[in-house]
Design a protein. Structure first.
Length: 621
C-alpha cells in the first residue's frame, strides 16, 4: 500500500514538472514575439531608426499588446498539434521566421520610412548589386531581436531529458489557443465588412492607409497577414465608382487656374528635350562649399544661366527611383502599395513620350541598369509608351562604380545614341554612381574631407555627387561641341533624396558638422531647366512636387495645355499662383492653403492609386 501511494505521489510530481516545462516552452516564444513587436517600434518611433529606445517603443505599443499576444498565439498554437521534438522544432522555426520578418521590417523602414508589402517579393530583380546598400541598413542593436531565441535554446538544452517522453498532441489546447485569438482579431473586421457597422470601437486599427501604424497596432505578424489580404483584395480588377469619378473631375476642376500665358509659354517650342534624372540628388547641397571647394560647381553654373526650383518635394513611395520615372513621364502619383512598374506595367497613361511623339518627337529612355530592375523595360515601353528603351545591355559596363556602370562611362556612351536620334527628340536619361551607400573609390574623391567626414556616409555622399556633377558638366560640354545644345532644353532633377533619406543617423553622429548638414525635415530635390535661349536666369520660390515637372516642360515646349491638363495631376510651375505639394505620407506642404486645398491634395494620393489600378486613361478615352 505504501509503495502504491509513493508511486502515485511521484506520478503527480513528475506530471506537474512536465506540465511546467511544456508551459515554459510555450511562454518563452510568446513573450519573445511580443518583445519583438516592442523592439520594432523602438526603432520605428525613434528619430534615428538605427538607435534603440525601448521605453519609447513600449510607450507607443503598450495599448496593443492584446493584439501582439493574439497574433503570436495564432502561429504558435499549431505547435500543440506536434509532439516531442517535433513541437520544439516547430516552435524554433516559427520564432526564427518571425525574427527575420521583424528584422526585414526594421531594415526596410530605415531605407523607405515604411514597412514592406508582400509585393516586394516580386521585386527580387532589384537586389542585384545592392549588397552594400542592404548591409548598411543594419544596426549594432539588431541582435536584440534574437535574444529570445538564445534564451529558448538554453531552456531546451537544460530541459532536454523531459522531451524523451513524447507528450501527446494537445488538440483541445490547440482549439482554444487558435479559436479565441481568431475571434478577438476578427471582431472588428466582422463588424465593418459583414455587419457594416462603421461605429464599432477601435475601427481605426484596421485602416490600412499607413503600414507603420498597422505594424504598431498588430506587430509584424499582424501587419503582414493584413497586407496579404489587402494585396489579394487589390489584385482583383478595380472599377471606379461614380463617386470616385466625380472626385477625379473635382480634382481637375480645382487644379485648373485658367491664367493667361506668360513669357515662358513656348520658349523652347520645337526643341529637343533632354531629362537627366540624377540618383539621390538633394537640394540642400546645391550651391554649397566645403574646404573652399564647391560640391556642385557645374550644376551651380547651369543654375546661373537657367531656371531653378529648389523647393520641389520628393513624392516617391515604395517604387523609389522608378516612381520618379513614373512622375516625370506621367504626372501621376505612385501607388500606395508596391512598385507601380511591377504591379501595373501596362496601365495606360497620357504620358510625356506619347504627347511628344504625337508632335513628331522621337522618344527614348536610356537606363544604366538592367531593364528588369524595377521592371523598367516593361513599364516604360508599355503603358508609358517610350518608342525605344535602352538598358545596360547596350553599354560597355567594364568601368563600374558601386551598383554598375560609372556615370563617366555612361554619359560618354549616351552621346552617340543622342546624335543618332531624329530631331526633335525626347531623351530620358538616368545616372547611377551617386546611389547609396556612397562608397566612391578613394582615387576619385577630390574634396579633401577630414577623416571623420570622409569615413561617413555624408562625406561619401558629398564626394559621389561631386563626381556625378563633374560628369554632367562633361556630358553637356560634349553635347555643346556636337551642336546638340543649340536646339535642346535640358532638365536636371533628383529622383529622390539621398543621404537624409537613408543615413540621417550618420549625420547626427558627426562630432563636427555644419548647420546645413542636418536634415531640416524638408525632403526636396532640385529641378533645373537649362536652355541656351534663356536670356535671364531665375530662381523660383514656388513650392511644387515631382508630378509638376511634366506640365512645366510641356508649357515651355509650347504644347497646348488641352493635351494634358485633364490628365496630369501636377501643374505648370512657370505659370501658377499657388504654392503646394503633397508628399507620400499624406503631409501637405504649402503656403496660404485653404481647407479645400488640403482636402483635394490629400485625396489625390488615393485618387491616383485608384486611377492606375482601374486603368483610368484607357477606360476613359
Amino acid at each position: 500500500m505504501f509503495n502504491l501511494l509513493y508511486k502515485i505521489r511521484n506520478y503527480f510530481i513528475s506530471t506537474t514538472k512536465h506540465t511546467y516545462i511544456k508551459l515554459g516552452l510555450f511562454l518563452i516564444p510568446i513573450v519573445g514575439i511580443i518583445f519583438k513587436g516592442i523592439v520594432l517600434q523602438s526603432f520605428i518611433q525613434n528619430h534615428n531608426p538605427y538607435d534603440f529606445d525601448f521605453m519609447l517603443g513600449l510607450s507607443k505599443s503598450q495599448y496593443f499588446f492584446s493584439y501582439y499576444l493574439a497574433f503570436a498565439l495564432l502561429f504558435l498554437s499549431f505547435s500543440l498539434l506536434f509532439k516531442g521534438k517535433g513541437r520544439i522544432i516547430f516552435i524554433f522555426i516559427i520564432d526564427i521566421f518571425i525574427t527575420l520578418l521583424t528584422l526585414l521590417d526594421v531594415m526596410y523602414f530605415r531605407g523607405f520610412l515604411t514597412v514592406p508589402s508582400v509585393l516586394i517579393l516580386s521585386q527580387t530583380a532589384n537586389l542585384d548589386h545592392l549588397g552594400g546598400t542592404v548591409l548598411s541598413m543594419l544596426s549594432k542593436y539588431d541582435f536584440i531581436l534574437f535574444l529570445d531565441l538564445i534564451i529558448l535554446g538554453v531552456y531546451v538544452y537544460f530541459t532536454r531529458k523531459s522531451y524523451k517522453e513524447a507528450p501527446k498532441r494537445a488538440v483541445k489546447s490547440f482549439c482554444f489557443t487558435f479559436i479565441v485569438p481568431l475571434l478577438f482579431i476578427g471582431y472588428i473586421p466582422f463588424n465593418l465588412d459583414v455587419l457594416h457597422n462603421k461605429d464599432v470601437s477601435n475601427a481605426y486599427l484596421f485602416d490600412d492607409y499607413d503600414p507603420t501604424n498597422t505594424s504598431k497596432y498588430f506587430s509584424s505578424i499582424g501587419y503582414h497577414l493584413k497586407d496579404l489580404y489587402t494585396v489579394y483584395k487589390d489584385s482583383r480588377p478595380y472599377t471606379l465608382t461614380d463617386e470616385e469619378k466625380a472626385s477625379i473631375n473635382d480634382y481637375y476642376s480645382w487644379k485648373k487656374e485658367s491664367l493667361p500665358d506668360n513669357e515662358y509659354a513656348g520658349i523652347s517650342k520645337g526643341k529637343n528635350l533632354l531629362v537627366i534624372q540624377v540618383e539621390s540628388l538633394e537640394s540642400f547641397l546645391i550651391g554649397k562649399e566645403i574646404n573652399g571647394k564647391k560640391i556642385t560647381p557645374n550644376l551651380d553654373n547651369i543654375i546661373s544661366k537657367g531656371f531653378y526650383f529648389p523647393h520641389i518635394y520628393e513624392q516617391v513611395n515604395e517604387g523609389t527611383s522608378s516612381d520618379c520615372d513614373l512622375m516625370i513621364n506621367t504626372s501621376m502619383l505612385p501607388l500606395r502599395r508596391g512598385g507601380t512598374f511591377f504591379r501595373y506595367p501596362n496601365a495606360n497613361f497620357n504620358s510625356l513620350p506619347k504627347i511628344l511623339e504625337a508632335q513628331g518627337y522621337d522618344p527614348i529612355s536610356i537606363h544604366p541598369d538592367k531593364g528588369s530592375f524595377w521592371n523598367y523595360a516593361n513599364a516604360l515601353k508599355g503603358g508609358i509608351g517610350f518608342k525605344t528603351f535602352v538598358d545596360s545591355f547596350s553599354f560597355d559596363i567594364s568601368d563600374q562604380i558601386g551598383m554598375g556602370i560609372s556615370d563617366k562611362s555612361y554619359f560618354e556612351q549616351v552621346v552617340p545614341k543622342l546624335k543618332a536620334l531624329n530631331s526633335p527628340f525626347y531623351a530620358h536619361t538616368i545616372t547611377l554612381t551617386s546611389h547609396g551607400p556612397f562608397d566612391l573609390p578613394a582615387e576619385l574623391r577630390q574634396l579633401s574631407l577630414d577623416n571623420e567626414l570622409n569615413a561617413s556616409e555624408l562625406g561619401g555622399y558629398f564626394e559621389s555627387v561631386h563626381y556625378t556633377d563633374a560628369q554632367i558638366g562633361n556630358f553637356l560640354s560634349t553635347l555643346d561641341k556636337e551642336g546638340l545644345l543649340d536646339n535642346t532644353t535640358v532638365i536636371i532633377t533628383g529622383d529622390h533624396t539621398g543621404v537624409h533619406k537613408y543615413y540621417d543617423h550618420s549625420i547626427n553622429s558627426l562630432t563636427n558638422k555644419e548647420d546645413w548638414y542636418v536634415n531640416n525635415g524638408e525632403p526636396t530635390v532640385p529641378f533645373i531647366i537649362y536652355d541656351k535661349n534663356i536670356k535671364q536666369s531665375k530662381t523660383f520660390d514656388t513650392i511644387g512636387g515631382q508630378i509638376d515637372i511634366m506640365p512645366t516642360a510641356l508649357y515651355m515646349l509650347g504644347i497646348d495645355s488641352s493635351k494634358y491638363e485633364n490628365t496630369a495631376l501636377g501643374r505648370n510651375l512657370l505659370n501658377t499662383n499657388r504654392n503646394y505639394a503633397i508628399i507620400t505620407n499624406g503631409t501637405v506642404k504649402g503656403i496660404d492653403l485653404t481647407a479645400e486645398d488640403e482636402k483635394q491634395l490629400k485625396n489625390s494620393l488615393e485618387l491616383s492609386d485608384k486611377m492606375i489600378r482601374s486603368d483610368y486613361f484607357n477606360n476613359n478615352k
